[in-house]
Ligand binder design. Structure first.
Ligand code: C5P
Length: 406
């Protein structure tokens, strides 16, 4: 998996840096090209000469240093981000984690992190004292980076430099190399790697007046699981979501909307650019014809709401799409059979429909599991067992990948 891969290895200044020449040798032995980017404090723990010798390349640190001339490249900070297939930061100290999460870019490590091409994987290997690792600041910064799509290899427990025993040890180079291979493997095997995916998720809210709306029980879990899985497979993912309380999956670009109209207008901007559109949102079919400004008073015994049809986002995409763009929809029913899903496949001219019965126990809104039946445009039916929504997302995307290949 590492053969011929270009790896940027960022080393920051923790005691575990002493293991990094061994890590470089291991990555090279597996066939990777390694470019070391060390912080100034890393070079107090491990020598530049050792690192340049084992990596067979200059070690970069200062963005203004003259040793960049051996690549005769004045914009090295940008070209490195393009050159790399992946970036590994080991050890990642509390300081470097904070700097990366805040977007600092005053040395080669932080600068290359920012200029790394979108979609390229980053694996961070935090290593520090256990109390530091568990501090609110480090955990907050790591969660920011995880939301940006960085993979994080958890530190191990064991003897620490402080003399104490606990969480914070950097895993051995072999474990780090294995983790990097895994991160690269998922992507390179996937037909979604490098593709652009648009996902709608969650409910929509349709205003009755300024304080009330019509909506449904959709939690967004299925759509978020799909977005998460597509990003993990290396896709550039845009997620347009109605109001939900879920965190943004790592590496996913999220757009929050409220109404069906807003969902259509936001999604429409990305229609041309996507290879795959998955409509997992539970879009309200109707909206109040004339939302009232302010608050409707409760004077009358009865109140009548006039509703009009909302636009169909998936059908709009499907009708206007280019050849090769794939459209996938969901069909959620409280009863009835596959015929309804089949009709939806035909009416909206979809490539795939995921059909599920809303039984409130194992399948449908809010819960974490789903039982999906997949129907594709060739009439093939795949019945999936009871799965977590994350696993169901994986199986759905496996099927979508077979469509992308054709
Ligand atoms: O027609 P129905 O609502 O049952 O179709 C469900 C599928 O169509 C889902 O994939 C849903 O996200 C999508 N849809 C849409 N816009 C609508 C209604 C449904 O994109 N207005």
């Amino acid at each position: 998996m590492l053969t011929g891969r270009n790896i940027l290895l960022g080393i920051s200044g923790g005691i575990a840096a002493y293991k990094t020449p061994h890590l470089v040798r291991l990555l090279k032995k597996k066939g990777a090209q390694v470019q070391v980017l060390a912080t100034a404090s890393a070079l107090k723990f491990v020598s530049e000469l050792s690192l340049s010798t084992v990596s067979e390349a200059s070690v970069f640190n200062d963005i203004f240093e003259s040793n960049h001339d051996d690549r005769s490249d004045r914009t090295l900070h940008i070209t490195l981000g393009e050159w790399a297939d992946a970036m590994l930061v080991a050890p990642a100290t509390a300081n470097t984690i904070a700097r990366l999460s805040a977007g600092f870019c005053d040395d080669m490590l932080s600068l290359s992190f920012i200029t790394l091409r979108p979609g390229k994987p980053v694996l961070l290997v935090p290593a520090m004292d256990g109390n530091m690792y568990e501090s609110a600041s480090v955990q907050r910064n790591l969660s920011v980076l995880a939301r940006q799509g960085c993979h994080i290899l958890e530190p191990e427990s064991g003897p620490l430099a402080s003399g104490q025993c606990g969480l914070g040890r950097m895993p051995e180079p072999e474990t780090i190399a294995d983790a990097l291979e895994k991160v690269l493997a998922v992507r390179s095997e996937s037909a979604l790697n490098g593709k652009t995916v648009l996902v709608t998720a969650g409910p929509t809210r349709e205003k009755i007046d300024d304080v009330r709306f019509l909506s449904n029980y959709s939690s967004g879990k299925m759509g978020f699981a799909i977005a998460n899985e597509a990003a993990r497979r290396g896709a550039v993912v845009r997620l347009v979501t109605g109001p939900v309380t879920l965190p943004t999956p790592p590496g996913v670009e999220r757009f929050d909307v409220e109404s069906a109209d807003e969902m259509l207008e936001t999604s429409r901007q990305f229609f041309d650019d996507c290879d795959l559109f998955i409509g997992a949102a539970a879009v309200a079919d109707y909206r109040p014809l004339a939302p009232v400004s302010g608050k409707v008073k409760k004077n009358e015994a009865e109140m009548h709401l006039r509703l009009i049809r909302n636009p169909d986002i998936l059908a709009t995409f499907s009708a206007g799409r280019r050849a090769g763009q794939i459209a996938v929809g969901f069909a959620l029913e409280t009863n009835g059979g596959l015929d309804y899903a089949r009709k939806k496949l035909q009416d909206k001219k979809l490539d795939l429909v995921a059909f599920n019965i809303y039984d409130r126990r194992t399948s449908g809104f809010e819960i974490d599991t789903n039982v999906l039946t997949l129907l594709n445009r060739d009439g093939q039916i795949t019945e999936l067992p009871l799965l977590s929504k994350q696993e169901a997302a994986g199986r759905l995307l496996d099927t979508v990948e077979t469509l992308l290949f054709r």
